[in-house]
Design a protein around this ligand. Structure first.
Ligand code: SF4
Ligand code: SF4
Length: 311
């Protein structure tokens, strides 16, 4: 059975990638599961989707813990623990990263036994949530690496899953997906199909007796205040708002009120300050600031500047 996980950000089309790959497997005669997992998805938030495909009935359910192939659409997620990209990878896993950097560089960065392959990233775009055609590129790469899906089935799956789009967009996705499919079909580093667990090997978990507790102890309830502050929504950000204090007139009630996440604090001197741990990068503040004192810059560029890179 093939177990494949796609990782990306909300808006990058990982759900669509899993559907395209799932449909292509189905056309090739496989039993298939494909499902996205994104909880409270918002644009830019780390999400994943997965595909299982087997020649016989699939008895496994739930998320894939031990993937044969992990496809990463956005390389800024690889080192992010909350994204869970490296979860369950071992020497049987092939990690395919859409990146400008080499497999060797990623190998040095990651403490992993997985094999690493690069899907050459296209031209950098300012906002990573807008990576063009990335869902179709990832689906095509995965299809080629399994070596069991033909070009024809990939085209049919793309046409089926993108049928709601206009002809020009579908053609654009198809053209670029086929280029990736042909490139990946020449790779030697391929996906190894994992063994399917048999339902007859299933071992029931041991019964555990829990002592009876009073309802206020056994019933899970959160009584603490302000727990949402522990959710670091700042990692969803692909674009960063930056206040230019030379232009800022200090009308902080405007930007701090419009920010849906309460991520703009008002300093003692009356001027605003952005809490980047919780700013999710929606850029509403940029649109609302009357003297246009808030600029937006790509998160990658902002991080590079923090680390001393030349802008
Ligand atoms: S709305 Fe704009 S000008 Fe007013 S305080 Fe906020 S950043 Fe400054
Ligand atoms: S981009 Fe602006 S409005 Fe949106 S969360 Fe960040 S600070 Fe708030």
């Amino acid at each position: 059975m093939f177990r494949i996980r796609f990782h990306g950000r909300g808006g990058q089309g990982m759900k669509t990638a899993s559907r395209i790959l799932g449909s292509a497997f189905f056309m090739a005669g496989y039993e298939v599961q494909d499902a996205p997992r994104y909880g409270a998805e918002r644009r830019g938030a780390p999400i994943f989707a997965y595909v299982r495909a087997a020649r016989s009935t699939i008895n496994e359910r739930g998320i894939i813990n031990h993937p044969d192939l992990v496809v990463v659409a956005d390389d800024t997620l690889v080192g992010m623990p909350a994204a869970g990209v490296t979860q369950g990878m071992d020497e049987n896993t092939l990690l395919l990263i859409n990146s400008h950097e080499s497999a060797q560089t990623w190998g040095q960065r990651l403490n992993t036994r997985a094999r690493i392959l690069i899907l050459a990233a296209q031209e950098e775009v300012e906002d990573r949530a807008e990576l063009p055609y990335i869902g179709s590129r990832c689906a095509a790469a995965a299809a080629a690496l399994t070596r069991v899906i033909s070009r024809e089935f990939l085209i049919a799956a793309l046409n089926e899953e993108l049928a709601h789009l206009n002809d020009e967009v579908i053609k654009g996705n198809r053209d670029i997906a086929l280029v990736v499919f042909d490139e990946m079909a020449t790779q030697a580093d391929l996906v190894n199909e994992g063994v399917q667990a048999s339902a007859s090997d299933y071992v029931r978990p041991k019964w555990i007796d829990l002592p009876f507790e009073r309802a206020e102890i056994s019933n899970i309830a959160i009584h603490a205040a302000a727990t949402s502050v522990k959710v670091r929504t700042g990692l969803w950000r692909t674009m960063r708002p930056v206040i230019n204090y030379d232009k800022c007139s200090g009308c902080s009630w405007i930007c701090s009120t419009y920010c849906p996440d309460g991520a703009i604090n008002v300093r003692d001197d009356g001027y605003p300050e952005i809490d980047y741990e919780h700013c999710k990068g929606c850029l509403i503040c940029v649109a609302q600031c009357p003297p246009h004192a808030i600029e937006s810059i790509a998160e990658q560029v902002a991080r590079g500047q923090e680390n001393g890179a030349t802008p």
